[in-house]
Write a protein that binds this ligand. Structure first.
Ligand code: HEC
Length: 156
């Protein structure tokens, strides 16, 4: 019985080590001035700080990769969040030359922050500093609404 347990343990360790070989990409492509929102239309410092703390890990190319993002299987989950997050909304790769698209993105930001969909619960559980109070949500929503209106050429 003891011997069997030992083999099961060794097999588990071997599988864990094999998983580490399939390590996903953890890249931060360079942020190019003129392409990222903050270099072209810097938000007020208060808004910028909130976005950096609560959104940038998944929605920019300035991700702070935590230590557990180096260990499978967490590595895959984190890398996937960042990949999907950037695909939907990337402050570092903003549609500067497409105001209609930018207006939609600002509108989406307002929606998901107002409804408390973002930042995701699983993220704020680990990153307590990214938890937003109602007042902080309002700061982001008001800014995003104003930007959306400005980009779509309607006044609000
Ligand atoms: C842990 C990573 C993570 C963080 C932090 C995060 N997001 Fe997301 N976000 C995602 C992922 C993954 C998606 C795509 C899947 C989805 O829609 O749920 C997404 C989708 C979105 C979308 C697109 C929604 C849609 O349906 O088009 C917006 C807008 C958004 N996030 C805004 C934000 C804002 C604003 C913050 C900060 C207040 C934030 N997110 C924080 C991971 C994150």
């Amino acid at each position: 019985m003891k011997k069997k347990l030992k083999w099961i343990g060794l097999a588990a360790v071997a599988i864990f080590m094999l998983l580490q070989l399939a390590n996903p990409d953890r890249t931060n492509p360079p942020v190019v001035p003129g392409h990222d929102l903050f270099s072209v239309q810097p938000p007020p410092p208060k808004v910028a700080a909130l976005l950096r703390t609560a959104c940038f890990d998944c929605h920019s190319q300035e991700t702070r990769w935590p230590w557990y993002s180096r260990v499978a299987p967490m590595a895959w989950l984190v890398a996937n969040d960042v990949k999907e997050g950037r695909a939907k909304l990337n402050f570092s790769d903003w549609p500067i030359t497409d105001p209609a698209k930018a207006a939609r993105k600002f509108g989406n930001i307002s929606d998901v922050v107002d409804s408390s969909e973002m930042p995701p619960k699983k993220y704020t559980l680990i990153h307590g500093d990214a938890e937003l109070s109602d007042a902080q949500r309002k700061v982001i929503v008001d800014w995003a609404e104003a930007q959306s209106a400005a980009a779509s050429g309607t006044t609000k």
